[in-house]
Each structure stands twice: as structure tokens, then as C-alpha cells.
Design a protein around this ligand. Structure first.
Ligand code: NDP
Length: 292
């Protein structure tokens, strides 16, 4: 049976290290990192995410601001708020919660955020820096995936990694991070042919598809590490249930290590967001950010 990768415990440890780094920044540099989160509309899942982000930001000793705007907010009003936050020196990280209402061009808003404060790592400047091997603020979920993989496998150099999914928020950045770790990276997607045989080559599988339990145990090379990013709500035996993109029951019989859903990658995302805020605040003040 595969070793269970406990993302919840790892994220808790990471938040403790972040809290330590925040108190050092306060004591030695008089710097309190601050994160501003903008929520437009009433999407219930987004409201829960934003509330969790704010709670955890305060828990590690940072400043937190929540800007809640009505669903009919115009693009220009949202851009004006982003501009104000860009200019506010007490704000080091800006996150605009996705998805945005239809009348707003998300790409325009994401690219209006000062790249130095882009703690989601979605600005084209940060995406470009990541892909050219320069210091960057990197998307949070991909960072969390690679932290968990390194915790299990140590040095990733030379291993075969297969990323299933090529979205801008997970698949592509996680592939870039793995390339930077010297993995041999294959990116699979909906047009890939014979996905099971591609996945069977992998020492490390990262599944970011959004299809419940798609990856089966007989796709997995014995002993491989499986990082399941998927969060899918299904109904089973009349009950609501969260499952990943991997069929946990069959994969755990073959894999060497596997993340559960929930409790795997999920908790890493906010912890990495807090870390990015520490990195952004440190960089803005010209201080070397602590390694985590
Ligand atoms: P997207 O829908 O943006 O991307 C899905 C990707 O999967 C696409 O590249 C698509 O290919 C590919 N795909 C779809 N069907 C197949 C298939 N049958 N075979 C192979 N590839 C396929 O999703 P996201 O990247 O945003 O999210 C993926 C999952 O991760 C979701 O379940 C989401 O909820 C979860 N997630 C979890 C987070 C967390 O833990 N905090 C954060 C973000 C996401 P193509 O490009 O060809 O269409």
C-alpha cells in the first residue's frame, strides 16, 4: 500500500515556519507583510476560500484586507481598486479571487496587478520569469505540489514526471517547476493519445484534470509518486463526496506514495499564498526572503 502524503500536516508545518519568518521580519526590519484579497460577487465557494485566506493570513501574524465588491461591479471600478492597492505601500500581496463576473476581462485584471505584488503568480511577467528560469512569484497550487513531491522523493533530478492537464493555473506552471527541478517532463491533455501508457512511464504523476477518479491504478508504474490536484464533488450512495482525479482505491495499491483528496494538495495552496506574500514583502523591501 502506498504511503499517504499528508498535505494537511505539511501545510501546518509550513504555516508555522511562515509565522516564524513574519515575526523575524517584524522584529528585525519593522516589516509586517500584508495581503489584500478582492472578491467580486457572491459565489459561495469563493466566499469560503476568501474567508479561509483571511483567517490564515492573520494567524501567521500578517495584515489582511478583504475588499468585497458587488457582482455588478464594472471592470473600470475593479481596475481602479487594483491600482489603489498597487500604490498602497502597506499592501505587499494582491489577490483577485477567480472566477470574475462575465462583464470583467479576467486577464486584463490579472495583468493590472503590480507583478511585484502578484502573489497568485498569474501575471504574464511572473509566468515569463518562471519559464525563463528567473526569480518569480509562482502560482500557489503548483508550488505546493512540488513541495510535496520533494518531501517524498528528495532530489527530483532526472526522474520522469507526467503532468496531466495544461491549464495556466496548474498544469503549465507545475510542468515549468518540475523542469526547473531537472525532471524529464511530459505534459498530457485531452488530445493526448493513449494516456494510460504515457502515465505508466512516470515516476511522478501530477493529475490536474477536473475529472473524478479518471486515473486508474493500472495506469500507475509500481512505486510511483502520485500527486492528485483534482477536487471533484460527486454523489455516491446518496451522499455528497469530494474525490480527486485519481481513483484512490486502485492507485494506492500500486503507487509508492499518494496524496488523498481532501487533505493532500488542497491545504498547500493557501500556505503557499502566505509564503508568496512573505517573499513579495521581503523583495519589495530589498530583504532576502527566508527559504522554506
Ligand atoms: P482546467 O479545466 O482549466 O484544465 C483541465 C486540464 O485537463 C486541461 O488541460 C484539459 O485538456 C485536461 N483534460 C481534460 N480532460 C482530459 C482527459 N480526458 N484526458 C487528459 N486530459 C484532460 O482545470 P484546472 O487546471 O483549473 O484544475 C484541474 C483540477 O484541479 C480541478 O479538479 C480543480 O478543481 C483542481 N484544482 C485544485 C486546486 C487546489 O487544490 N487548491 C487549485 C486549482 C485547481 P485541454 O487543455 O486539452 O482541454
Amino acid at each position: 500500500m502506498a504511503k499517504l502524503i499528508d498535505g494537511k500536516a505539511f501545510a501546518e508545518g509550513l504555516r508555522k515556519r511562515i509565522a516564524g519568518a513574519v515575526s523575524t521580519l517584524k522584529a528585525e526590519h519593522g516589516l509586517t507583510p500584508g495581503l489584500a484579497v478582492v472578491l467580486v460577487g457572491e459565489d459561495p465557494a469563493s466566499k469560503v476560500y476568501v474567508a479561509n485566506k483571511a483567517k490564515q493570513t492573520v494567524e501567521v501574524g500578517m495584515n489582511s484586507w478583504e475588499h468585497k465588491l458587488p457582482a455588478d461591479t464594472s471592470e473600470s471600478d475593479l481596475l481602479a481598486l487594483v491600482d489603489k492597492l498597487n500604490k498602497d505601500s502597506s499592501v505587499h500581496g494582491i489577490l483577485v479571487q477567480m472566477p470574475l463576473p462575465k462583464q470583467i476581462d479576467s486577464a486584463k485584471v490579472l495583468n493590472a496587478i503590480d507583478p511585484a505584488k502578484d502573489v497568485d503568480g498569474f501575471h504574464v511577467v511572473n509566468v515569463g520569469r518562471l519559464s525563463t528560469g528567473q526569480e518569480a512569484l509562482v502560482a500557489c497550487t503548483p508550488t505546493g505540489c512540488v513541495m510535496l513531491a520533494k518531501d517524498v522523493l528528495g532530489d527530483l533530478s532526472g526522474i520522469n514526471a507526467v503532468v496531466i492537464g495544461r491549464s495556466n493555473i496548474v498544469g503549465k506552471p507545475v510542468a515549468q517547476l518540475l523542469l526547473a527541478e531537472n525532471c524529464t517532463v511530459t505534459i498530457a491533455h485531452s488530445k493526448s493519445k493513449d494516456l494510460p501508457s504515457i502515465v505508466r512511464q512516470a515516476d511522478l504523476v501530477i493529475a490536474a484534470v477536473g475529472r473524478p477518479e479518471m486515473v486508474k491504478g493500472d495506469w500507475i508504474k509500481p512505486g510511483a509518486t502520485v500527486i492528485d490536484v483534482g477536487i471533484n464533488r460527486i454523489e455516491r450512495d446518496g451522499k455528497a463526496k469530494l474525490v480527486g482525479d485519481c481513483d484512490f482505491a486502485s492507485c494506492e495499491k500500486v503507487a509508492g506514495a499518494i496524496t488523498p483528496v481532501p487533505g493532500g494538495v488542497g491545504p498547500m495552496t493557501i500556505a503557499c499564498l502566505l509564503y508568496n506574500t512573505v517573499k513579495a514583502a521581503s523583495a519589495i523591501k530589498g530583504i532576502k526572503a527566508p527559504a522554506m
